[in-house]
Design a protein around this ligand. Structure first.
Ligand SMILES: [Zn+2]
Length: 143
């Protein structure tokens, strides 16, 4: 593997089998979550924590992508060389309106404007040939 220290590659996605449909949907340009027949939603294939249904009973359906920042940190050091020229950036736990929480970046807003409770929406962006989810602030709602 070539390591180009001038222009390092972006970090690669690491996909557990439980997450595969989630990432496949992103590759198809859709934000999907797994829904149990009882109404509970998950971001991975798992047995339902509410009704005990098995993972095979979950169905991957389009989700709103709307949520709010539950907590966040501002990264001011690059923990991967790709981020060295992209500091500072925000990593947040986003509580989606369907229920699941998602760890993601918050983009298109100054890092010092990010706040707990800020309304965000999930967007799908391309990074070095991979589709990833990020969150952007929803202007004018709850702020
Ligand atoms: Zn359930």
């Amino acid at each position: 593997m070539n390591v180009n220290t001038e222009h390092p590659a972006a970090p690669r996605r690491v996909i557990a089998v439980e997450d595969a449909p989630f990432w496949q949907a992103l590759d198809d340009g859709e934000f999907r979550l797994a829904r149990c027949p009882c109404g509970a939603w998950y971001a991975r294939t798992q047995a339902c924590l509410r009704c005990g249904a098995s993972a095979s009973q979950l169905q991957w359906l389009p989700a709103s992508g709307h949520g709010a920042i539950k907590t966040f940190v501002i990264f001011d050091k690059p923990y991967h060389p790709w981020f060295a020229t992209r500091l500072p950036y925000v990593v947040a736990v986003v509580a989606l309106e369907e229920g699941p929480e998602l760890l993601t970046n918050v983009i298109e807003v100054p890092v010092d404007a990010v706040a707990i409770g800020m309304k965000v929406e999930i967007v799908i962006v391309e990074r070095d040939g991979q589709s990833i989810h990020q969150a952007r602030a929803v202007a004018g709602i709850g702020q």
